[in-house]
Design a binder for this molecule. Structure first.
Ligand SMILES: Cc1cc2nc3c(=O)[nH]c(=O)nc-3n(C[C@H](O)[C@H](O)[C@H](O)COP(=O)(O)O)c2cc1C
Length: 191
């Protein structure tokens, strides 16, 4: 891990685009450089769920790479990063990463984070979780990948979808080692 390197943020075509936006905003606010790569399928979901086009998502990224650019720096282990998150992570992308398929920049960058044993966080959003995906996720978890399911913490009594989104984005930042004020932990809020 390179402390001053960028966090690679991969956005794939699962539901949960608002979490990606919140993660990008929070990393930007924390002055953490971001290298962004989005899958082709993500564009439709991002537009549907946030109303943002590609440019809107790219606003908080320091560097933006095309998913077909397999010669980009983040495709190589020699390029230092602070870690990577795929948020949201589609079942398809999770399966590809688990199988070592790296035919897009997003999946190649994830593969590099695995091979270099760097922090890799995946945020799957699927329910019910089919056995075929659970098997892939178990493989990834055994390899040290953080499987951060997009599940609300009801005990924190969220008042809105935005509260839930902030909580999930905050959990992502926790695992990337970036401090934030996106949510307050159990019994630390004082209310
Ligand atoms: C509106 C919409 C919502 C979707 N939600 C999910 C989802 O929650 N989880 C998932 O795994 N796939 C979801 N999909 C399907 C993926 O987009 C599809 O499997 C795609 O091939 C994933 O490609 P990617 O992994 O390269 O981004 C959704 C698709 C659309 C259009």
């Amino acid at each position: 891990m390179q402390e001053d390197g960028p966090v690679v943020v991969g956005v794939s075509g699962a539901s949960g685009a608002p979490i990606a936006v919140k993660v990008l905003e929070a990393l930007h606010a924390a002055h953490v450089p971001v290298a962004l790569v989005t899958s082709e399928a993500s564009a439709e979901v991002v537009r549907e769920e946030t109303g943002l086009d590609r440019t809107g998502l790219e606003r908080y990224a320091d560097t933006v790479y095309d998913d077909s650019d397999l010669g980009a720096p983040i495709a190589s282990g020699s390029y230092g990063t602070r870690g990577m998150v795929v948020v949201p992570c589609s079942s398809s992308t999770a399966a590809k990463i688990a199988l070592g398929l790296a035919d897009t920049l997003l999946t190649r960058a994830a593969h590099v984070h695995l091979k270099e044993r760097r922090t890799l966080v995946l945020v799957p959003r699927e329910t019910p979780l089919p056995t075929i995906l659970l098997r892939r996720l178990a493989t990834l978890s055994e390899l040290g990948v953080v499987i951060l399911v997009a599940a609300p913490a009801y005990y924190l009594k969220p008042r809105s979808i935005d509260d839930v989104t902030s909580y999930l984005a905050g959990k992502v930042l926790d695992h990337l080692g970036v401090s934030h004020r996106l949510y307050q932990g159990w019994k630390t809020g004082g209310t």
